[in-house]
Design a protein around this ligand. Structure first.
Ligand code: ZN
Length: 414
């Protein structure tokens, strides 16, 4: 699948700091320890609706991970999927009497534009579920032949399920107790009451073809893949086991990331799937979580349509810490817009305070589990001060561009 355009990232003088990041599996902030090539998989969208600010905040957080690794001299192999066939997409297409393929193409195109406008560095591999079906089929067939997957006891629709205990590490990502697992499994796309399963929490690997649903012929019989195995297979094939960071919103911790890991671990006999599992908080609006069921989504594309400065949106979303559930309000946007104006004025001056101590603070804060609120405060302090260093404004501009991804004057734009 086509990814979106990249842009040059300036090199920042001085000493980079190794990135420390919160890991959901261990509950600790731990150093990331990439080799020459750092590896990251972030779950992509299901393209039935436009990108809202909750999605944007997630991709911005992992864009900062990407940028801190680049600053540390790593090559970065970043992989993202598009769940371009799944129930929510098919349901939306049916509701709107539209072609699900065209709906997915349209929303994926809009997502690329949103990511480009927000200056999110693109993944190297951007892969759809549909184009990955042959590889997913191969993996499901292996799980079946290894005896860790089974067909539901259902003559008409013998869907294939995964025995959740097969990897021996089930629960090691989320650390949730049985009640919490049961609650989230039911709320987040699971099918605990489906007759014919051996255990309510076993996850769908392959859905046998139903009338009026898309399906693909395969050695498993005609059908389509489950969601968790899609991400397992794409990550495994592009990055291998033990990649550096698996990312997504906190609503993906369970069942999605728990099962993606369990599938891959059962397939390979290796553990762990990822060395860090990192999750972002939810973005709320007016005191409520932003969600499609509440109808209170703020779409990036709509803000673009209203000519809102995307760098102010980026800065506004980064003004809170990525792990916190936080609110999007007019005040957040107004403050970010005013801050951006102050920073732009400051880097347009003929001189300023020396850049080096501020860049060092910026790096220290970002390396500390992406502490963007503190990083922003360090830049506010620099912008509010005066000095005679004529090189400083350009150095700060480049550091803000490279490390925070916020473009100030001097950037030619996309
Ligand atoms: Zn995923």
């Amino acid at each position: 699948m086509q990814t979106w355009p990249s842009h040059p990232v300036p090199r920042v003088p001085g000493t980079p700091r190794p990135l420390r990041l919160y890991d959901t599996a261990t509950g600790e902030i731990r150093p990331t320890t990439p080799g020459p090539t750092a590896t990251m998989y972030v779950c992509g969208i299901t393209p039935y609706d436009a990108t809202h600010l909750g999605h944007a905040a997630t991709y911005l957080a992992f864009d900062l991970v990407h940028r801190q690794w680049l600053d540390n001299g790593h090559d970065v192999h970043y992989v993202q999927n598009v769940t371009d066939v799944d129930d929510p997409l098919l349901e939306r297409a049916e509701r709107d009497h539209s072609d699900w393929v065209v709906l997915a193409m349209r929303e994926t195109a809009l997502f690329r534009e949103d990511m480009t406008a927000l200056r999110v560095l693109p993944p190297r591999d951007y892969l759809g579920a549909v184009e990955s079906i042959p590889e997913i089929v191969e993996a499901v067939a292996k799980l079946l032949s290894d005896g860790v997957a089974y067909r539901a006891d259902d003559e008409q629709y013998p869907d294939i399920y995964f025995d959740r205990l097969a990897s021996g590490h089930f629960g090691s990502v989320s650390n949730y107790d049985a009640d919490t697992m049961a609650k989230f499994f039911a709320e987040r796309g699971g099918d605990p009451d489906r007759p014919g399963k051996r255990h309510p929490l076993d996850a769908l690997l392959w859905r046998t073809a139903r009338p009026d649903e898309p399906s693909w012929d395969s050695e498993l019989g005609p059908g389509r893949p489950g969601w968790h195995v899609e991400c397992s297979v794409i990550a495994l094939n592009q990055l291998g086991m033990g990649f550096d960071v698996q990312g997504g919103g906190s609503d993906l911790i369970f069942p999605h990331h728990e099962f993606s890991a369990a599938h891959a671990e059962a397939l390979t006999g290796l553990h762990p799937f990822a060395r860090h599992y990192t999750h972002t908080g939810m973005i709320g609006l007016d005191g409520q979580k932003m969600s499609k069921s509440l109808g209170n989504l703020v779409f990036v594309s709509r803000l673009r349509g209203d000519n809102v400065d995307m760098m102010a949106v980026r800065l506004g979303l980064l003004s809170g810490h990525y792990r916190e559930d936080r609110a999007w309000t007019d005040t957040v946007l107004d403050e970010a817009t005013a801050r951006l104006a102050r920073w732009r004025a400051a880097v347009s001056r003929e001189s300023g305070p020396p850049a080096e101590p501020t860049v060092a603070r910026l790096r220290d804060h970002l390396a500390d589990d992406l502490n963007t609120p503190q990083a922003i405060r360090a830049l506010d302090a620099w912008a509010a001060d005066e000095g005679s260093d004529t090189a400083a404004p350009a150095q700060i501009r480049d550091a803000v561009d490279a490390l925070l991804g916020v473009a100030l004057p001097g950037w030619s734009g996309v």
